[in-house]
Design a protein around this ligand. Structure first.
Ligand SMILES: Cc1cc2nc3c(=O)[nH]c(=O)nc-3n(C[C@H](O)[C@H](O)[C@H](O)COP(=O)(O)OP(=O)(O)OC[C@H]3O[C@@H](n4cnc5c(N)ncnc54)[C@H](O)[C@@H]3O)c2cc1C
Length: 378
């Protein structure tokens, strides 16, 4: 198990009694850091909490559309860029041309670059729960008028009981990170590894990120990951895994803003959740900024951000339906689909629509007249 950097011993002092800030962002990964970035120069007291130091906890293969990274000035974190996907079934291999590129990146560098674009304060603390607008942590309590849960799939600050696997709408993913090089982003649609899911190998310059994801939380992925790593002659070292929500959840609840995995913002069929965490993080941050500079009240921000997130329910539902059918398609149907996407016109059409669910233009600065999430949707 890696030892994560966090404040320990005498450094782990208690927060001042009655500590209060204007905005409290819980979670300092893609979603939380994207929210904080939008609040720069707001003049507000913005506090970001995470149980680990920023950039410490990578659980993903860290691949995202290049344009998203560039538009957020995160280009220096990029390790390798790909213009196609190499997709394998047991019977065939096809190259799917992309109309845009994916890049793998270094998680620690990306988080550092995002954080440098905000002027918030950061503290390590484990968030334990909430009563009203007071958030309880292992270092004491903090209150805020605006509270963001960017804590990932556990949705710690939600009202009611937290979702728990295996009954919740969660996928599971596990990968290994051996040293090695590769030229392609590769996917395996192969029942030998997993029926309801897929395997992958994402090269990142001198490292490979090889793993298996299952859309069925009851289907374990450790043995399939070991098998895939062995099949591509890679060492099964440096394991990383997590649960991945695959259904949209209310993005506002009981006065709290939920962003990224805590709102189920990960795309169900592909388990691509970085781009969407950034996308909804930007949208949420712009709504909060409009509250801080007096353009709207908290109620309006909650309503507008909730509607913005829910407005994406159709593509999420379609991708969920496709996800649920994967396990039944293995064989001739899957081979036919993989071959069809090997045609440039088909793959370009599909991946353009796919990118449009959370387009990179949303990362660009909002035009002066636009407000909040509307600026992202524009
Ligand atoms: C194996 C695997 C590979 C993946 N590969 C990709 C990929 O290549 N591309 C892609 O787009 N998506 C990928 N995903 C999905 C992606 O990782 C998630 O959708 C994304 O990380 C969601 O971002 P987030 O900021 O919402 O949550 P997270 O990245 O999960 O961040 C949550 C943050 O909250 C902190 N936290 C959690 N609980 C507490 C607590 N109680 N107190 C304090 N802090 C807490 C955590 O330390 C963390 O920093 C992958 C997922 C898995 C499991």
């Amino acid at each position: 198990m890696p030892v994560r950097a966090t404040k320990r011993g005498a450094e782990r002092t208690r927060f001042a009694s009655g500590a209060a800030v204007d905005v409290l962002i819980c979670g300092a990964s893609f979603a939380g850091l994207a929210v904080a970035r939008e609040l720069r120069a707001s003049g507000a007291r913005v506090l970001v909490l995470d149980r680990y130091e920023i950039g410490e906890r990578q659980t993903s293969a860290c691949a995202a559309p290049t344009e998203w990274l560039v538009n957020l000035a995160l280009g220096d974190s990029i390790r390798q860029t790909f213009g196609s996907l190499l997709v394998h079934t047991p019977q065939r291999t096809a190259r799917w041309a992309l109309p845009w590129t994916f890049s793998t990146f270094d998680y620690r560098t990306l988080c550092k670059l995002l954080w440098e674009q905000s002027d918030a304060v950061f503290e390590t603390a484990k968030v334990e729960g909430r009563v009203g607008n007071v958030v309880h942590t292992d270092r004491g309590s903090v209150s805020a008028d605006l509270i963001v849960d960017a804590l990932g799939w556990r949705r710690v600050l939600g009202s009611g009981a937290n979702v728990q696997p295996p009954d919740a709408a969660l996928s599971r993913g596990l990968e290994v990170h051996p040293s090695g090089r590769g030229a392609d982003l590769e996917l395996w649609l192969d029942r030998r590894y997993v029926g309801p899911g897929y395997g992958w190998s994402f090269p990142a310059r001198d490292e490979l990120r090889i793993g298996v994801g299952s859309f069925d939380p009851r289907v374990h992925v450790k043995d399939p990951t070991l098998t895939l790593a062995a099949d591509v002659s890679a060492d099964a070292v440096r394991f990383q895994g997590n649960w991945i929500p695959h259904r949209l959840r209310p993005a506002v609840d009981d006065g709290i803003f939920f962003v990224g995995d805590s709102a189920g913002h990960c795309l169900p069929l592909t388990a691509e959740g970085i781009r969407t965490a950034l996308y909804f993080g930007v949208a949420c941050g712009r709504e909060l900024a409009a509250v801080l500079d007096g353009r709207q009240d908290v109620g309006a921000a909650l309503r507008r951000y909730g509607e913005f997130s829910w407005g994406h329910r159709l593509p999420f539902a379609c991708m969920y339906a496709a996800q649920q059918s994967v396990r039944r398609l293995h064989g001739p149907a899957m081979n036919g689909l993989v071959r069809a996407f090997g045609r440039r016109a088909v793959s370009h059409w599909a991946f353009r629509h796919y990118l449009d669910i959370a387009p990179p233009s949303a990362a660009l600065p909002a035009p002066p007249a636009a407000r909040g999430a509307a600026a992202v949707a524009a």
